[in-house]
Write a protein of this length. Structure first.
Length: 141
């Protein structure tokens, strides 16, 4: 009986517990720290700068940037995160975007910092992918 209970405890313990995963949910201030791609790369990455809200239930998350740029994403037990999607064109910019972002979360004293990159591919005559590296610092709610 004792062996059976130990085996059952071990089997249950082998399941994935999201309680131990880094909780990257929260409000962040994002800053682009580098870009590469076409001449106008920064123009198509401006929406990355500013506020970011990461919401949802781990591991399935929503990365909600300013100006309606919102993407489905996820996080892993190791602190990696990713998001992707194709937001609707805005009134000021009629281009369609395909966006892929990824990076790593770091637990700092009293806050979390996200470091990563975002690739923006434009559906336009300009065949180019813009890449921006960013740092997002968690801010108090």
């Amino acid at each position: 009986m004792r062996r059976a209970m130990l085996l059952l405890t071990l089997l249950v313990g082998c399941g994935t517990s999201f309680d131990d995963w880094p909780d990257v949910r929260g409000r962040y201030s994002v800053q682009i720290i580098g870009t590469q791609g076409c001449d106008s790369a920064m123009d198509h990455l401006q929406w990355v700068n500013g506020p970011l809200f990461v919401e949802g239930e781990v591991p399935d998350l929503i990365f909600d940037f300013a100006d309606g740029f919102s993407f489905e994403g996820s996080s892993t037990e190791s602190g990696r995160f990713s998001f992707r999607g194709s937001p609707s064109p805005t009134a000021s910019d009629d281009l369609s975007y395909d966006v892929v972002g990824s990076g790593m979360a770091a637990q700092l004293p009293g806050r979390i910092e996200l470091e990563g990159s975002v690739d923006v591919s434009l559906d336009s005559d300009e065949d180019c992918t813009h890449t921006g590296t960013f740092v997002a610092t968690q801010v108090a709610s």
